[in-house]
Structures are given as structure tokens and as C-alpha cells.
Design a protein around this ligand. Structure first.
Ligand SMILES: Cc1cc2nc3c(=O)[nH]c(=O)nc-3n(C[C@H](O)[C@H](O)[C@H](O)COP(=O)(O)O)c2cc1C
Length: 174
């Protein structure tokens, strides 16, 4: 499968089977998030694996968008490791953490997809609740979560997946 085919086939999965994701596949997904480019190569991305009953119960308490997936990943960045650009006059105290973590998350999403592991990107949670529930250190900033796993027999894209704006609405030549 070409990358373009992979990108076009991917959709947000909201119907998961209870079958666990094999450790070998999880390792490959996490590896894909390890090797991404980051600002100044500082590598602030941090991944938390949520798959025990206890951890899943906590995650399901902080977001309604868990879709009973057997595996969730919480993607964060370490505030002590980000690249900073205090000279940026547009963003105050700019740091690269959200970009770095999002590159890692996006790469893991496609790596999972290639392995047949479906996912949905989640931001419908209160970051403070996530920090408190999992007892994260204060230097760790939540960016997003994945619900991940194998699709069940109800799996299908929802209507939003088919609604994309035309290329002209995204691209401007300067
Ligand atoms: C930043 C971001 C946040 C999202 N948050 C949620 C969420 O909390 N719950 C959810 O069900 N889907 C969430 N999604 C999935 C989007 O709704 C989905 O990607 C979009 O509707 C396009 O559909 P598709 O991914 O199936 O192509 C999120 C996606 C992104 C990129």
C-alpha cells in the first residue's frame, strides 16, 4: 500500500473489538513515535500506555470518547525538554512541545493503521483531570489521547470523514 492509499483509507475508528493489540505491534507503533523529527532534536514527546483494567477505567473516567477501546495512548510532552523561542513576537513564550508531540502522534496513527490497528484521535478531555487522575508530574503536559484497537463488525467511518473542503480552501501561493 502506498502512503497516499494509507492516508485515504484511514478514518477515525469508534467501534472497537475487545481483542488486545499484540505487544509486538504496540512496540512498532511506539517506535514510530520515537523516531520522529522534533525541534532541535530535543525529543520532548512522552507516551503513556493505558491497557490494564485499572488504567482503562481511569481513562474512561476522564473522557467520554474512549469507545471501549482495549488500548489507549496518552501523548504528552515534557515541559523541561521543549525547544523554546522567547524571541517570537507573535506567540508569547513559544515552545515546540505541542508540535513535537503531535508529529509523534500523527506518525503513530499511520504506523498503527499500516498494522491494521485502527484509532481515533481524542482531545475531548480536561487536561487537569488527566494530570490529576494519572498523577502526572507537573512538567508533563497532556496533548492528546488515542483510543486504539481492532475494528469490530460495526466499524465504519462517520459522515465527517467524507466531508473535506476543496484544495483551494487550504492552499495559497504567496
Ligand atoms: C485535534 C483533534 C481532536 C479530536 N478529538 C476528538 C474527540 O475528542 N472525540 C472524537 O470522537 N473524535 C475526535 N477527533 C476526530 C475527528 O472528529 C475526526 O478526525 C474528523 O471528524 C474527521 O474524520 P475522520 O478522522 O474519520 O476522517 C479529533 C481529531 C483531531 C485531529
Amino acid at each position: 500500500m502506498t502512503f497516499m492509499e494509507l492516508a485515504k483509507n484511514r478514518y477515525s475508528e469508534r467501534f472497537f473489538d475487545s481483542r488486545p493489540v499484540e505487544q509486538e505491534k504496540l512496540d512498532q507503533i511506539l517506535e514510530a513515535g520515537r523516531i520522529v523529527p522534533t525541534a532541535c532534536n530535543y525529543q520532548p514527546q512522552r507516551f503513556y500506555v493505558i491497557r490494564s483494567e485499572e488504567a482503562l477505567a481511569k481513562a474512561r473516567a476522564v473522557t467520554p470518547f474512549h469507545y471501549n477501546a482495549p488500548l489507549m495512548l496518552l501523548v504528552c510532552y515534557d515541559m523541561r525538554t521543549v525547544w523554546r523561542n522567547p524571541g517570537d513576537r507573535y506567540y508569547r513564550d513559544y515552545n515546540s512541545g505541542e508540535q513535537d508531540a503531535s508529529i509523534a502522534a500523527t506518525t503513530m496513527m499511520y504506523a498503527a493503521e499500516e498494522l491494521g490497528v485502527h484509532s481515533v484521535w481524542l482531545r475531548g478531555f480536561d487536561s487537569k483531570a488527566v494530570v490529576d487522575t494519572f498523577g502526572l508530574p507537573e512538567n508533563i503536559v497532556p496533548v492528546m489521547m488515542f483510543a486504539m484497537g481492532y475494528p469490530n463488525d460495526r466499524a465504519k467511518p462517520n459522515g465527517w470523514h467524507f466531508k473535506r473542503n476543496p484544495i483551494e480552501s487550504f492552499v495559497t501561493e504567496l
